[in-house]
Design a protein around this ligand. Structure first.
Ligand code: IPE
Ligand code: IPE
Ligand code: MG
Ligand code: MG
Ligand code: MG
Length: 310
């Protein structure tokens, strides 16, 4: 946002802008972004009846909203208001919810519990889960088409989201994850890093760079932040699978080892994996140096990612 120079009378609009662009503590910012995202998705589904729409509303409820937060917070750092960023927050949470609905299917991870509730295929059936996931992905693109930025930036957001979701991103990582379950050799650290960068990292990176992309600014520092954060996030998820309890985590735990999942924990062991996650968080925080103290909420988010219990 333009730095205000000298003394002048603030208009009501300036005061409004200044308030919205002022840094909030992480927990407040997270809740706020999650609400913005859910609001966008529910509005996008407005007036649609039927089982698939009902399952979609169900699937977008109860998440932490971390990806929505990354959109709104990266936007704030680039002077972009909530109303302009909200479609991006809704889009990424819809896309993420689709990835979870399909991840839980019997042919993938075969999970019965998600966010403390029965998974979509358990509450309804597999057909409903497949279609609700498909439609959540489509809804993500419908929402992002409304992002409040220039046409060129909107095209960049849409193309970036397609790439992050697809075979070079989340789907590609999921394919490697499933293939690793039956591979004859354990994956190398390098291969696991590629797997995680696709499966989890790609959507997180899209979210954390949405702000500079919308503003037409350099996305380099936030891209570096997101790459470290995404990997730390997935290591923490893999640690929760070992150390967490299902009630707190909200999903089944203790499944990855039995399923032959390739994770940093399976390869390095628990303590070295924790050490790696801590180092990644430090490096993610360091990448935010160009933003100074204004990026403290993103630093809090990075610390939260490895301290979380769910
Ligand atoms: C879970 O993501 C799936 C992974 C990519 C590891 P989150 O832990 O962000 O899930 P919700 O949205 O809060 O339920
Ligand atoms: C899933 O990773 C990542 C995506 C949904 C793309 P996991 O399979 O580890 O996620 P959880 O543990 O089921 O949430
Ligand atoms: Mg999985
Ligand atoms: Mg899973
Ligand atoms: Mg997991």
């Amino acid at each position: 946002m333009a730095v205000r120079q000298g003394w002048r009378l603030l208009t009501g609009f300036d005061v409004f802008l200044a308030a919205e662009l002022t840094r909030r503590p992480f927990d407040q910012a997270l809740g706020h972004a999650a609400d913005l995202a859910t609001g966008q998705i529910l509005h996008g589904l407005g007036g649609v009846d039927g089982t698939v729409a009902e399952a979609m509303r169900y699937a977008v409820t109860g998440g932490k909203g971390l990806r929505a937060f990354l959109v709104v917070e990266s936007a704030r750092l680039h002077g972009i208001l909530d109303a302009q960023a909200a479609p991006g927050a809704g889009a990424i949470e819809a896309l993420h919810a689709y990835s979870l609905v399909h991840d839980d299917l019997p042919s993938m991870d075969d999970d019965d519990l998600r966010r403390g509730q029965p998974t979509v295929h358990v509450k309804w059936d597999e057909v409903t889960a497949i279609l609700a996931g498909d439609a959540l992905q489509a809804l993500a693109f419908e929402l992002i088409a409304d992002a409040g930025c220039s046409d060129a930036a909107r095209v960049a957001l849409v193309a970036g989201l397609a790439r992050a979701a697809g075979v070079r991103g989340m789907v590609g990582g999921q394919a490697m994850d499933i293939a690793a379950e039956t591979a004859s050799q354990p994956l190398s650290l390098e291969q696991i890093s590629v797997l995680q960068a696709g499966k989890t990292g790609a959507l997180i990176e899209w979210a954390a760079t949405a702000g500079p992309v919308m503003a037409g600014d350099d996305a380099g520092p936030l891209q570096r932040y997101a790459r470290d954060l995404g990997l730390a996030f997935q290591i923490a998820d893999d640690i929760l699978d070992i150390e967490g309890d299902a009630e707190t985590v909200g999903k089944a735990v203790g499944k990855d080892a039995g399923a032959g999942k390739a994770t940093f924990v399976s390869l390095l062991g628990l303590e070295p994996a924790k050490e790696r996650a801590r180092a990644l968080v430090q490096s993610a925080c360091d990448a935010l140096a160009p933003y100074g103290d204004d990026a403290e909420t993103l630093r809090e988010a990075a610390r939260f990612v490895i301290a979380r219990k769910s």
